[in-house]
Write a protein that binds this ligand. Structure first.
Ligand code: FAD
Length: 302
């Protein structure tokens, strides 16, 4: 059995595996896609100490760093079940069952997509999901934010300070964000809010140049010329497989304490799959380190 088995190979998992291995204990890491969300990221400008890097490069560096330690790296493996008996047991899709004294869950999250024409084509070519990451790329340009919940309105307020103009598109008849956020939004003079509209398609040549939406009252389809579309209709944690075993919030985020411990003894969690307030690479790496150190503490006490 392992001492620490890490499930998920993004920034949080890589960090947890390195911190565990550096304690000289038996460490394994398994991942469906080693590298995680950075594999889909172009420019990264907020990884502190590194002025600029690109997602696939960071993903390769994570793997290289993990492999510089005696860690069992199991790529293209998907966990489908976890159970706590004497040891923690993780079942893989291929039927194998791995045993470990402790487990760090770091299966990350995925952005909910609209599923409309143009969305796949223009990912990273004008379509963005993270205002902290990609906002400055649209400085002085017109953009839209799709989604009128807290994350959408926070993004619109944030982006309004950077871009020329923001149009917010909300499907429902009213915004769902907290009132303080709405008040702040409506106080800005370079923001337009469209409610009861359905985003239909995103168009462009090499990159985004316009968006089509339908007014749900009149059924009229209208076009907005713009350079960017931020889609903020929810982040979905990859935790469905933990149903019934690990406690999660109503949104499916794993509930962790300050050591990264979950409700299951010996099971820790880190990164975007947890109820951490902010979802960023540097934060995921920090919580991965915390979870590994928490797991190590657990091992020396049991
Ligand atoms: P992830 O990166 O999501 O990794 C999850 C890992 O778990 C993957 O290896 C996945 O394959 C694996 N996995 C999932 N389910 C299973 C399973 N059942 N079994 C086995 N393995 C599984 N953050 C920044 O700080 N700066 C940026 O510039 C930035 N830009 C971004 C741009 C885009 C387009 C996106 C999508 C995100 C961006 N982020 C950025 C956010 C950042 O990528 C995440 O916060 C970070 O990757 C979270 O790390 P994580 O390890 O928790 O999860």
């Amino acid at each position: 059995p392992y001492d620490v088995l890490v499930v998920g190979g993004g920034p949080a998992g890589a960090s947890a595996a390195i911190y565990a291995a550096r304690k000289g204990i038996r460490t394994g890491i398994l991942a469906e896609k080693f590298g995680g969300q950075p594999l889909e990221t172009l420019g990264i400008e907020n990884f502190i100490g590194t002025t600029y890097t690109e997602g696939p490069k960071l993903a390769a560096q994570l793997e290289e760093h993990v492999k510089s330690y005696p860690v069992d790296v199991m790529k293209t493996q998907k966990a489908i079940k976890i159970a706590k008996n004497e040891l923690v047991e993780v079942t893989l899709e291929n039927g194998a069952v791995l045993q470990s004294k402790t487990v760090v869950l770091s299966t990350g999250a995925r952005w909910r997509s609209l599923g409309i024409p143009g969305e796949e084509t223009f990912k990273n070519k004008g379509i963005a999901y993270c205002p902290h990451c990609d906002g400055p790329l649209f400085a002085g340009k017109k953009i839209a934010v799709v989604g009128g919940g807290n994350s959408g309105i926070e993004a619109a307020i944030d982006l309004a300070g950077v871009v020329e103009h923001v149009t917010v598109l909300e499907f429902l008849p009213e915004l769902k964000a907290d009132k303080v956020l709405q008040d702040k939004l409506y106080s800005l003079d370079n923001v337009t809010v469209l409610t009861n509209v359905e985003t239909k398609a995103i168009y462009g040549q090499d990159k985004v140049d316009s968006l089509a939406y339908m007014d749900r009252d009149t059924q009229e389809v209208l076009t907005l010329e713009l350079a960017g579309v931020f889609i903020l209709i929810g982040l979905v944690p990859n935790t469905e497989w933990l149903e019934g075993s690990v406690d999660r919030t109503a949104r499916g985020e794993i509930i962790v304490d300050k050591q990264g411990a979950t409700n299951l003894p010996g099971v820790y969690a880190a990164g975007d799959c947890t109820d951490s307030v902010y979802k960023q690479i540097i934060i995921a790496m920090g919580s991965g380190a915390t979870a590994a150190l928490g797991a190590f503490d657990y091992i020396i006490r049991h």
